[in-house]
Structures are given as structure tokens and as C-alpha cells.
Write a protein that binds this ligand. Structure first.
Ligand code: HEC
Ligand code: HEC
Ligand code: HEC
Ligand code: HEC
Ligand code: HEC
Length: 182
């Protein structure tokens, strides 16, 4: 093995250039990966299709049938395997995705759904107060009823929250820092 000091200055320069070039490539690749992982689509364990369920026949399934907390609690909630099996114990049982679903049910394992929207822990958010004030799911989540698995289409940063709060009648109360940071 030759040590770096044994190389001629020219060889050292080429090596150095290659190292810097390599680093640039690593950084660019990292940025590309970072960029794709922060994109809207999320890999989910089962190819759930919102559009199919929300638009079944004439009367589709309401959002709150599955996200039962939206009217009553801070958290919307993700439906249990049991709720899915209420229909899929007898509907589309041959579909490969339903076969996967049934396996979770038989093993009594929850489906490891990945979160799509998530606030940092220092932000307080409450679904029920927004739904009670008539704010629609779509203003924060986009048109989920046309999606397959849910995608993040709105960046719910502080500016987004404040934008709507400053348009409310009681805006002074709603833009106080402690409303969202308790
Ligand atoms: C109220 C009844 C009902 C509930 C509850 C329900 N589904 Fe379905 N699901 C259906 C119907 C109806 C279809 C359409 C079947 C068909 O096309 O043959 C369907 C289709 C599917 C399909 C196949 C979709 C496709 O792209 O072809 C999957 C996967 C699925 N459901 C997963 C789920 C999961 C996961 C849950 C629980 C979170 C769930 N379903 C809850 C009624 C229901
Ligand atoms: C004012 C904005 C807003 C509205 C309106 C809203 N959401 Fe959300 N939703 C959020 C935010 C913010 C999060 C992330 C919360 C967190 O990480 O604590 C979230 C998370 C969720 C989640 C995953 C976490 C959980 O709470 O279970 C579901 C499911 C969900 N929303 C469904 C709905 C449905 C269904 C509606 C309409 C009935 C709705 N949301 C209306 C802002 C909103
Ligand atoms: C049949 C049950 C079912 C119905 C009906 C349903 N959802 Fe969902 N929803 C799910 C499941 C399962 C997931 C987790 C997989 C995913 O992210 O798509 C989910 C995820 C979501 C998420 C992302 C949660 C997160 O992690 O941030 C949002 C937002 C959401 N749903 C909104 C809605 C809205 C709005 C409607 C009505 C238009 C609706 N859902 C109807 C089952 C349902
Ligand atoms: C499209 C409009 C809209 C958006 C977007 C919105 N809000 Fe609100 N928010 C409201 C309205 C209207 C009220 C008033 C509810 C009331 O007076 O009871 C409210 C009230 C609140 C409250 C006080 C009520 C309670 O439950 O404690 C909190 C906290 C809050 N919002 C957090 C947030 C956060 C965090 C975001 C961003 C992730 C957000 N809001 C985005 C309209 C909005
Ligand atoms: C309506 C809700 C709401 C109100 C009111 C609010 N914030 Fe925030 N704040 C948020 C949300 C949501 C985030 C998280 C943003 C994100 O993750 O992109 C945040 C993030 C922050 C952060 C972290 C900054 C960062 O870049 O991560 C600070 C600091 C902060 N807020 C300070 C304040 C102060 C000071 C006030 C009062 C002047 C205030 N906030 C009022 C919703 C609110």
C-alpha cells in the first residue's frame, strides 16, 4: 500500500480533486434522496384507495365513519383492522390486498400505517374545534376523496395556520402564541 505522502504532488492533486468531486456527488445524491423522501406520496403496507371507498355506489362512506374522532376529539384516528373486516370479511376477499388485510386480522396485528401529516410535539392541534366551526377536511388535507392512499398536499406550517386564524372574527384570541404552543 502506498501512503499519500509517497505520491507526487500531481498525483496528490488528482486524488484531492477526486475526493472533492466525490464529496460533491455524495451531497447532490443526498439532496436528491432528501428531496424525494419529503415528497407527498407515502409507502403504505396496504394499497388502500380513498377514492373507491368514498365513492362506493351512490352513497359512499363518510370520512368520519373511519376517522371517528374528528367531531369529538383532537385526534381524527385511523380505523382498526376490525373495522375494515366488517366489510372485507365478505367483500373482495380474493383481492391480494384483502388477503394481506386478512392476515393482519388473523394474526391480531395492527396495520403499520405510516403517518402522512404530523406536527412537531410543541404544536397543539385539535380536529373537533375546527370541524365544529365548519372548516372542511379539504382546506387542510386537499381532496383526499380523489386520492388512493392519503398524500400530503398542504404544508401546514405556522404561516398556513395563522393565515386562516387572522381571517376569523376573534382573531386576536386565535393568533396568541399560547393557542398553539401550550
Ligand atoms: C363499508 C364497507 C367497507 C369498509 C369498512 C372497508 N371497505 Fe375496502 N372496499 C369496500 C368495497 C365495496 C370495495 C370495492 C370492492 C370491489 O371493487 O370489488 C372495497 C375495496 C377495497 C380494496 C381493493 C381496492 C382496489 O383498488 O381494488 C382494498 C385494498 C380495501 N378495500 C381495503 C380496505 C381497508 C384497508 C379498509 C379499512 C381501513 C377497508 N377497505 C374498509 C368496502 C369497504
Ligand atoms: C385546520 C386544519 C385541519 C382540518 C380542517 C382537518 N385536519 Fe386532519 N390533520 C390536521 C393536522 C395539523 C394534522 C396533524 C396533527 C398532529 O400531528 O398532531 C392532521 C392529521 C389527521 C389525521 C392523522 C392523525 C390523526 O389525527 O388521526 C387524519 C386521519 C386526519 N387528519 C383526518 C381528517 C379528516 C377526516 C378531516 C375532516 C373531517 C380533517 N382531518 C380535517 C389538520 C386538519
Ligand atoms: C374506509 C375507511 C376510510 C374512509 C371512508 C376515509 N379514510 Fe382516510 N384513511 C383511511 C386509512 C386506512 C388511512 C391510512 C392510509 C393512508 O394514509 O391513506 C387514511 C388516512 C387518511 C389521512 C392521512 C392521515 C395521516 O397520517 O396524516 C387523511 C388526511 C385522511 N385519511 C382523510 C380522509 C378524508 C378527508 C376522508 C373523506 C373524504 C377519508 N379520509 C375517508 C381510511 C379511510
Ligand atoms: C381554514 C381555517 C383554519 C386553519 C387552516 C387553521 N385553523 Fe385553527 N381554528 C380555525 C377556527 C375557525 C378556529 C376557531 C374555533 C373556535 O372558535 O372554537 C380555530 C381554532 C384553533 C385553536 C383553538 C381551539 C382549540 O381547539 O383549542 C387551535 C389550537 C388551532 N385552531 C390550531 C390550529 C393549527 C395548529 C393550525 C395549523 C396546523 C390551524 N389551527 C389551522 C380555523 C383554522
Ligand atoms: C395557529 C397556530 C399557531 C400560532 C397562533 C402560533 N404558532 Fe408557532 N407554530 C405553529 C406551527 C404549526 C408550527 C410548526 C411549523 C412547522 O413544523 O413547519 C410552529 C412553529 C413555531 C416555532 C418553531 C419555528 C420553526 O421554524 O420550527 C416557533 C419558534 C414558534 N412557532 C413561535 C411562535 C410564536 C412566538 C407565536 C406567537 C407570536 C406563535 N408561534 C404562534 C403554529 C402556531
Amino acid at each position: 500500500m502506498r501512503r499519500l505522502a509517497d505520491l507526487s504532488p500531481r498525483q496528490q492533486l488528482i486524488l484531492g480533486g477526486a475526493a472533492v468531486g466525490g464529496l460533491v456527488v455524495v451531497i447532490v445524491v443526498f439532496l436528491l434522496i432528501a428531496n424525494t423522501t419529503s415528497s407527498a406520496a407515502v409507502d403504505q403496507p396496504i394499497a388502500f384507495n380513498h377514492n373507491k371507498h368514498v365513492n362506493i355506489a351512490e352513497n359512499g362512506i363518510q370520512c368520519q365513519f373511519c376517522h371517528t374522532g374528528v367531531y369529538t376529539s383532537p385526534v381524527a384516528g385511523i380505523p382498526s383492522v376490525e373495522k375494515c373486516m366488517g366489510c372485507h370479511g365478505h367483500i373482495a376477499t380474493d383481492n391480494p390486498e384483502i388477503v394481506k388485510l386478512t392476515a393482519y386480522w388473523e394474526n391480531q396485528e395492527p396495520i403499520p400505517w405510516q403517518r402522512v401529516n404530523e406536527q412537531p410535539s410543541f404544536v397543539y392541534f385539535n380536529h373537533s374545534s375546527h370541524i365544529a366551526s365548519g372548516v372542511t377536511c379539504g382546506s387542510c388535507h386537499g381532496d383526499v376523496g380523489t386520492m388512493k392512499t392519503a398524500e400530503k398536499v398542504v404544508d401546514m406550517n405556522m404561516g398556513f395556520c395563522l393565515d386562516c386564524h387572522t381571517q376569523q372574527e376573534n382573531k386576536d384570541a386565535l393568533i396568541d402564541c399560547v393557542v398553539c404552543h401550550r
